[in-house]
Structures are given as structure tokens and as C-alpha cells.
Design a protein around this ligand. Sequence first.
Ligand code: MG
Length: 313
Amino acid sequence: MKIVNYRVGDTVRAGCIVDEKIVDLNKAYVQLLQSQGHLRDEKLADALVPSNTIELLEGGEKSLEEAYKAVEFALANDIVVNRSDVKIEAPVLKPNKIICVGHNYREHILEMKRELPKFPVVFAKFNNTIIGPEDDIPLPSITEQLDYEAEFAFVIGKRARNVSKEEALDYVAGYTIVNDVTARDLQRRTLQWLQGKTLDGSAPMGPWLVTKDEIPNPHELEIVLTVNGEERQRSNTKNLVFNVNYLVEFLSSIMTLEPGDVVCTGTPGGVGVAREPQVFLQDGDVVRIEVDKIGVLENKVKAVSTVVKVGKE
Ligand code: MG
């Protein structure tokens, strides 16, 4: 299932996208229950197939199973919304954590002139960075070196603490794409990278979350990034130094992972800062990331005179 967040006005709701049609999972489930003569249909639907994607993930396999029934019912009865009539947002909007792994593709580590690490480099982004597949990437005047990083990301589906590599995928809900947009000048002015990684809008995510049943092997996916149609990054998730299984084990040995937590697995070689000559993102650039079996995340870069305000204007 491809789980989306879709917006109509001020409301964002969980949907499933099939071709260019979106099924509102919660509403479809209410109608399914009504068709079966259930009382308390809305309360049952809010509990089992909630309209918030993170709460839906918290419901685990039971919620997903019921969500599939809702989709089947909605498609059979043509209870759908056209994609073109709504705005698609990032598939998770306020995760408990966004954990990023640095230096995780062999060729990117070498181009950054570093040695292969013994442990993953781990850092954080915050919820202010999340934007959706139809949003522009803000280019604020505080940086002159905004750079792209194509990343394959996984989303946690079940609370995880001290989970082994062998059981790791049981704790993954599914997969998405993140552009770990980075202000290189801010990243490198101190030892900690955080300030270069946390500009508002610096984590375009989406276009949806593909549940893991559609991607049995996450370690064979081609990942390609282009800027204005020119290929800049290409690799395959088989080249990850620390793969999904390892990262779940490693991260859950440090902290409890919660449903909805996003883990960005690192970027391949070809980032702008490592090119000769260096090249950074400019106003109007179009950054497109494609990952096999997930889809395409494409965002335009837009210069903004000041740092974008958090939340709604
Ligand atoms: Mg990165």
C-alpha cells in the first residue's frame, strides 16, 4: 500500500493512493462498517483506521489489515478523491524522531575523503525540516552552499528496543524518499553538523510511504538524483555500508524507536560539495530523486529572503 497524507484546506488525512486516485482510509472504513450494519462505526474506524498516518502505524498489522479492506471497498464503490484536487503532504508530518545516518555509501565516504567507519555516524533533523512532494525547498540567504542528498528512508512501524538484525524488518512499517538538504557552509563551521542540517524545509519527504509488503528486499533498489535533468547521484541500496537490518539493531540498542520515526539511511556519492568544481543549489533548480519500487520525489528550489517561519503564516 502507498500511504499518503493529503490536504484539503486546513485538514490533512491519511489516504492510500492507487494510480491517480486517493482513498481516504478512515472515511472508507466508516462506510465499509456501515455497509455491514455495524453500530459505533466512527468510533471503531477512529480506533482501527485513524486519519493520522502515525496513529495508523501505531495500530500495527491489525490496522493495516483493516485499511486494506477499506481500500478494496472504496475502489469497488468508487469512493475516491482525485489526486489533482488535493495537495499531497509528507507521509509522516510530526514523527517523534528523524534520525539520519551519514557516510553510509562506500563511494560517498571516499569522495568526502574519509575512512570507512566502524560505527554509523548518526545525527538528527527536526520536524521543522519536513516538507512534502509538492512544496518548494527554501533557499534562505543565510547559506550560499545549499546541497542535495538523495536518501532511501525507512519508517518504524512498531516500538523497538534492543531488536536483533534478524528481527529488524518486523519493526519497519515501510519505505520512503528523503532529500537530506544540507547547508554545507553551516554544516562545516562547527564540529557538530546540526545547524547545516536543520534549516526549515530541508527535508522534502515522500511522495508516499510504501508499506514493506510491497518491498520484501529493501537492499536492491536503484537510487538516482538529478538536478534540472542532469544526473548527479546514482547508486543502489545494496551498496549501503550499514543496511536497514543493521541500523534497526544499532539504533534500537541506543534508544527506543517509535512508530512513525524516520531513519534516513545516508546519501550516495555525487553531492554538490564534492564535485569538481563544486556546485550548489540555486533558485529555480529542480531536484528529482527516484527510488525503485517507491517512486519520484521532485521539488523546486526557491530563494527566500529570510529564514522561513515555522508553522502557518
Ligand atoms: Mg544525509
